[in-house]
Design a protein around this ligand. Structure first.
Ligand SMILES: [Fe+2]
Ligand SMILES: [Fe+2]
Length: 291
């Protein structure tokens, strides 16, 4: 299989030309019978598998250069990949897409559901090349480890930019841990609803944080709805998010959220997504969930 195109630019688009059937797509993630992959959108399996990820790394020197800078040999960790596809990625997608219907109409019109679906479903792909000793470290990350973790958004972008993903999805992935105030002088909470700054990034970022707080991870327990919402309320009050985006999350949590540990995940948000398309804690916990 060749990875050059007519312009000579290296890409892995050819890699994604053939369809993967849903059953075989899940096979590479391990114990398919016992793990819960019900929330996983198998359309993403073409990106989230060892072979594709190897190609993404092979064709883009930037990825190995960054990792060399940290003196880390690149190794694709299938445990982390398995965990991402069965938990955090589909949950972030469900939360983000589930929030859309609770946004005010003038804000909803700014939402790009397709980019939001792609970005939530793939945003943390680079975590598969970050050592498990850092990803699942039970204690506080040291400065060097934090620096590596903070690179995962940019690395995810670098991995996916040679694929067939569109620019809007890629830009959301690259920015998913950036503060909105990094790009804008005005404070989002002072904006009118008509001018919510990059609503897609705010939804992605809020859904990502909420999903991480609500998840059980090797280094922390899951947080209750109330506590997780309180953490995000604080960030909203501090100007990171627009209050109407926070209100949408609260309504989603009240009406649609399915507890990932007591009930099977139901893809309610997917129905809404299709409808839209068709129509047109502790300090340690905060630190870990912020990266
Ligand atoms: Fe992330
Ligand atoms: Fe994430």
């Amino acid at each position: 299989m060749g990875f050059g195109n007519s312009s000579g630019q290296v890409c892995v688009k050819d890699f994604f030309s053939s369809k993967i059937d849903n059953k075989s797509a899940l096979k590479c993630y391990g114990d398919v019978d016992n793990a819960d992959y019900s929330g996983f959108d198998t359309n993403f399996s073409k990106y989230l598998n060892e072979k594709s990820i190897s190609e993404m790394i092979r064709v883009n020197d930037e990825i190995s250069n960054v990792m060399k800078g940290f003196k880390i040999n690149i190794k694709i960790n299938m445990n982390i990949l398995n965990n991402l596809v069965s938990n955090h990625l589909p949950q972030t997608t469900n939360i983000a897409l589930g929030m859309i219907k609770y946004l005010p109409r003038e804000v909803k019109s700014q939402v790009n559901p397709n980019a939001l679906k792609n970005a939530t479903g793939l945003h943390d792909i680079a975590k598969v090349i970050i050592p498990e000793s850092i990803i699942n470290k039970p204690g506080r990350l040291n400065e060097d480890e934090l620096k590596i973790m903070r690179e995962h958004a940019r690395l995810s972008y670098e991995m996916l930019k040679t694929t067939d993903l569109d620019a809007d999805s890629l830009n959301l992935i690259k920015a998913h841990h950036q503060s909105h105030q990094d790009h804008h002088t005005s404070n989002p909470i002072l904006q009118s609803r008509e001018e919510v700054t990059n609503v897609n990034l705010q939804i992605l970022s809020m859904a990502d944080i909420y999903s991480a707080l609500r998840e059980r991870r090797s280094y922390k327990k899951e947080m209750s709805k109330e506590d997780a919402l309180a953490v995000i309320k604080k960030e909203t009050d501090a100007g990171k998010f627009h209050s109407c985006v926070y209100d949408a999350l609260v309504k989603y949590s009240e009406h649609d959220e399915v507890d990932p540990y007591t009930e099977r995940k139901t893809p309610k948000a997917w129905g809404l997504f299709k409808y839209i398309l068709n129509k047109g804690k502790t300090e340690h916990q905060k630190e870990k969930t912020a990266v």
